[in-house]
Design a protein around this ligand. Structure first.
Ligand code: NAP
Length: 529
């Protein structure tokens, strides 16, 4: 069972009873699913403050007195810290956290703590932190931690340089427990290390750290307890939990975890969906590592990885539908048929590396085009066939326009591409207009346009420049005209306001987002293991 530990800073000026009560309240939901722990950060606390905090806590406590030389606030000498640890043990602390370096350096600390802790039944966490990045001697540090026989829990934390650090932390969590018998808390700190915290339960960590609220972190990258328990489905996480995620850079703003975890919940599916902060050049290596170690079963792919995702699937002979192939970028990947690839003990689903485990195949698709077509069709009778024969103006010739033009052409619409840079509109028309159904036009020609639908695929009108609009004249639109703005922030753009004033039917960008996400969710659930 993996507990959630919330740090509370014990220091002057903090209402300790209140702080501990808030932390315990945030851990209410963890009671039946691994439990909760309060980490009392006594870096600058007096003996009295520490004693009061231990008394005030109803949940198990860890007492930590982190010195400045290990990234904390404490300027106390080792002798002073030893005296406090001994008091903490005496006062009934469940765990005390002692830095590996202090343990190795001081015979007094070793002997003092060993004796007191053994007598009182307090467990010793021996820990090591590296805020500058992955230590070069990581393996040796693990061996040094393991050499501390008096420790009941080992802890190793370092600042993630890439998501590969988080994968390594998870792998170590599983391996050390298997080899040593004692549990390891391995944490990759920072946004790129986030999954080392979110998936700690799947990998059998004794606990992981979360905050009571955003802004109260004791180390970079901690989620809130509410996020772990609610959004990231702590309750369903177990060794064999399949993992899904959104790969992007940046990715923190993505609403996909909310959407897909809620969808999994509704479908009664035990998967967990997490954000995956993958650097622009790191897509392939990250996906390989996640497949090998983390049981990754499906991915949403966002900027800047959509082309790399296409290349990944193509290079492995994976399946893609015809339109996705034509578009040349994909935003969805799912691995199918790999139940037999599951390693014993749950995690680490793939064996064959590249394409996946035994018998698995990777399937790629572009749900942007599908979501856009479904959103647009909603303005008619909801079926994609309703697009056939319609005259549709596409404004813009970038990535979104490319997917939408490909989809419209495949469904038999007649498309006029208006773009500021005419040559790009020409290139799109040449690529997708085999039967003369896609033509290019100058941006200025929009004024004379008389299409049945207008699809804005430029960022004009997007926050923060919300007053922008691709239509800065009085168009001849009426009730039969459909105006679809792919911009979804704000939901009601200047373009859509104009369309409403003209009595036209409007389609919001968020409909495209939700529908493309729905296509992805179906793909994830169809491929469930
Ligand atoms: P992109 O590849 O950068 O393409 C941008 C397009 O907009 C280009 O054709 C560009 O013309 C044109 N453009 C940019 N600024 C302009 C201006 N001031 N005046 C006229 N044209 C201008 O971007 P993208 O990936 O296609 O994304 C475009 C928009 O689609 C995004 O802003 C986003 O809001 C929306 N989108 C929505 C969803 C959804 O789910 N709702 C999904 C994806 C995208 P040039 O060729 O002349 O540079």
């Amino acid at each position: 069972m993996t507990a959630i530990a919330i740090p509370v800073f014990v220091k002057s000026g903090v209402d300790l009873e209140d702080a501990i009560a808030s932390a315990e309240e945030a851990l209410e939901g963890a009671r039946a699913i691994g439990g909760g722990i309060i980490e009392l950060r006594c870096d600058t606390a007096s003996s009295k403050q520490m004693g009061e905090a231990i008394d005030a806590a109803r949940l198990p406590v860890i007492v930590t007195i982190r010195p400045k030389w290990e990234g904390g606030q404490s300027e106390k000498s080792d002798e002073q810290r030893l005296a406090l640890w001994e008091e903490a043990i005496e006062a009934g602390a469940d765990y005390i956290d002692v830095e590996l370096v202090a343990w190795e350096k001081s015979k007094k600390i070793r002997e003092g703590i060993e004796e007191a802790a053994e007598k009182a039944g307090t467990r010793v966490i021996v820990s090591n932190h590296s805020f500058e990045g992955r230590p070069k001697d990581l393996e040796q540090r693990i061996q040094r931690l393991r050499a501390v026989k008096a420790a009941g829990v080992l802890k190793l934390a370092w600042k993630a340089g890439t998501i590969l650090d988080a994968v390594e932390a998870l792998r170590l969590t599983r391996e050390v427990k298997r080899e040593d018998g004692r549990p390891l808390v391995a944490l990759a700190m920072g946004e790129e290390g986030l999954i080392s915290r979110l998936l700690a339960k799947k990998f059998g960590a004794p606990f992981t750290f979360a905050t009571v609220a955003a802004g109260k972190e004791s180390a970079p990258g901690q989620p809130t307890a509410a996020e772990l328990l609610g959004l990231y489905r702590w309750g369903v996480q177990k060794a064999e939990t399949p993992v899904y995620g959104v790969a992007g850079w940046p990715v923190g703003h993505s609403k996909s975890p909310q959407y897909h975890n809620a969808g999994f919940e509704k479908a009664g599916f035990g998967g967990v969906y997490v954000p995956l902060a993958i650097r622009p050049e790191g897509f392939e290596a990250a996906v390989e590592a996640l497949r090998q170690e983390v049981d990754l079963r499906g991915l949403s792919v966002t900027i800047p990885h959509k082309e790399a995702a296409f290349g990944y699937v193509r290079a492995r002979g994976g399946e893609m539908d015809a339109v996705s192939r034509q578009v040349g970028v994909i935003n969805t990947m799912v691995w199918r048929g790999g139940a037999e690839g599951q390693a014993e003990g749950g995690a680490g689903g793939s064996e064959g590396g590249a394409g996946g485990g035994k018998g698995e195949k990777v399937v790629g698709m572009n749900s942007d085009y599908a979501g856009a077509l479904d959103a647009l069709a909603g303005a008619w009778d909801g079926r994609r066939e309703s697009v056939r024969g319609k005259r549709v103006a596409v404004l813009g010739a970038g990535g979104a326009a490319r997917a939408i033009v490909a989809g419209l052409a495949a469904c038999g619409a007649t498309v006029v591409v208006y773009n500021r840079t005419r040559s790009k509109a020409d290139a799109l028309a040449a690529e997708f207009g085999a039967e003369g159904k896609v033509v290019a036009a100058d941006w200025e020609q929009l004024r004379e346009s008389c299409c049945e639908a207008y699809v804005n695929c430029t960022p004009l009108g997007m926050a923060p420049q919300v007053e922008g609009s691709p239509i800065d004249f009085d168009p001849s639109w009426g009730p039969e005209t459909v105006v679809f703005d792919t911009v979804y922030n704000p939901p009601q753009t200047t373009l859509l306001k104009l369309a409403e004033r003209k009595g036209a039917k409007t389609v919001r960008g968020e409909e495209m987002f939700v529908r493309q996400a729905a296509v992805q969710l179906r793909a994830f659930l169809d491929g469930r293991v």
